[in-house]
Write a protein that binds this ligand. Structure first.
Ligand code: AMP
Ligand code: MG
Length: 404
């Protein structure tokens, strides 16, 4: 048996990004950039006005109030080539328009009084004021986005500004999902006595998709060697394989044996965590194989704690573990010693602190408590009792938690 932390470390040191591809900016949000992006040119490309107003020569504006004749008009999108300011004159200019030759300051519209062809400056002018200078934002040749950065709207805006339509990102791994068990029927079939719907495949596919990876549904392996062989071989063609059930010590628990027969190298079986104790992890060549327990609550929690970080790392993300925060217990909690316990909790925010209550019956068979959980508490292995008012470590559960 490995500890909870050891299991995470073994998994994370066994996986790495699966490769890169180029995607269009419209499809790039949330992806991780695989190379430093080097600015092909200065941004902005030319000095331009930061305000609607008048481009002036600073030397003409030494004493205020000062009258200047308006001798040209430059809206955004016009080329300032050839437009130049004569002595004692000003050029009407709109935000974003290039600064005409000879001008070295912009006077905002609201700091002037205007009559037919003249303006009066009311305020003293500072050289360079309200000008966005060439290269002031980004200089040509610098890495304006570093490899490993997540692409958000700001990154997309900057890439688009440089005219870059295709960006190199880490590939999304394909993740085969295989359920095992003679009791399973597929969604759409009414289960008879002793049968249950293969719900794990669907929640695993959803959880895989939430990480950004691509789920591949392999179906059900029946509890005989041949069926396991056939389905595991199919699943091993993907970048990652996740199996559910058949990994405990029961007579019909074939997953580990058949994986071993196929040449997979098991890195651990059994973890000091509850739920999720029977979890196994293997490498088939370099393909990670997660064998998760079949009980739906255990399957979802082991996915969250062990598989999710691995899938994120494979897509180039740097921070792959959910950040833990402290929450104050509003109810007491008991647990067994020697194992980390993952408790399903609800949270309330008061006076700048998080307060935790149990999301319900913590038995692993109770699916309802998983539905009601907003967060998971990670209860340390040594302790057996947590009193009201004790601080516990917790992390949010679910990608849309801030909308709940
Ligand atoms: P096992 O690990 O095969 O003993 O399965 C543990 C428990 O999980 C049993 O109650 C199974 O019926 C249940 N189970 C196994 N596979 C699935 C599945 N794909 N969907 C829902 N429940 C499952
Ligand atoms: Mg089974």
């Amino acid at each position: 048996m490995v500890s909870f932390d050891e299991a995470i470390n073994i998994i994370l040191s066994s996986v790495s990004p699966v490769g890169t591809e180029r995607v269009h900016l419209l499809d790039a949000t949330g992806r991780v950039i695989a190379e430093d992006m080097i600015a092909p040119r200065d941004m902005p490309l030319w000095d331009n006005s930061a305000m609607d107003g008048y481009a002036v020569k600073f030397a003409d504006c030494d004493i205020v109030p000062r009258m200047l004749r308006v001798n040209a008009f430059l809206p955004a999108g016009t080329n300032a080539g050839g437009v130049c300011v004569e002595q004692g004159c000003a050029i009407r200019i709109m935000t974003g328009a290039p600064i005409p030759d000879g001008c070295d300051a912009i006077v905002p519209l609201e700091e002037t009084d205007k009559n037919d062809h003249e303006i009066a400056l009311r305020e003293p002018v500072v050289k360079g004021q309200h000008i966005r200078f060439k290269g002031e934002d980004v200089h040509a040749g610098i890495a304006f986005i570093q490899a490993g950065s997540i692409i958000r709207p700001p990154e997309i805006n900057m890439l688009a500004s440089f005219g870059i339509a295709l960006v190199p990102v880490y590939r999304r791994p394909s993740v085969a999902i295989l359920s095992t068990g003679d009791e399973l029927v597929e969604l759409g079939t009414t289960p008879g006595v002793g049968e249950i719907v293969n719900s794990n495949t669907l929640s695993l596919a959803a959880a895989v998709r939430e990480t950004g990876a691509v789920p591949l549904v392999i179906g059900i392996a029946r509890d005989v060697r041949e069926s396991h062989l056939e389905k595991l071989l199919e699943g091993l063609k993907a970048d990652v394989l996740i199996t559910s059930a058949g990994v405990s010590a029961g007579d019909r628990d074939l997953v580990r044996d058949v994986l071993a027969e196929l040449g997979s190298r098991q890195l651990f079986w059994k973890v000091g965590v509850k739920p999720g104790g029977p979890t196994a992890f293997a490498l088939h060549g370099s393909t990670p194989v997660f064998s998760l327990p079949g009980n739906p609550v255990s399957t979802m929690i082991t996915f969250e704690e062990f598989v999710r970080p691995a899938l994120l790392k494979m897509q180039g993300y740097r921070r792959v573990l959910r950040p833990l925060f402290k929450a104050i217990l509003r109810e007491e909690l008991h647990k067994k010693p020697g194992k980390v316990q993952i408790a399903r909790i609800r949270l309330e925010r008061e006076d700048g602190r998080w307060y935790a209550t149990s999301a319900g019956n913590q038995q692993t068979a109770i699916l309802r408590t998983m539905v009601d959980a907003e967060a998971l508490a990670v209860l340390s292995l040594e302790k057996t009792y947590f009193a009201i008012g004790d601080e516990i470590d917790a992390h949010f559960y679910g990608n849309h938690i801030d909308q709940m």
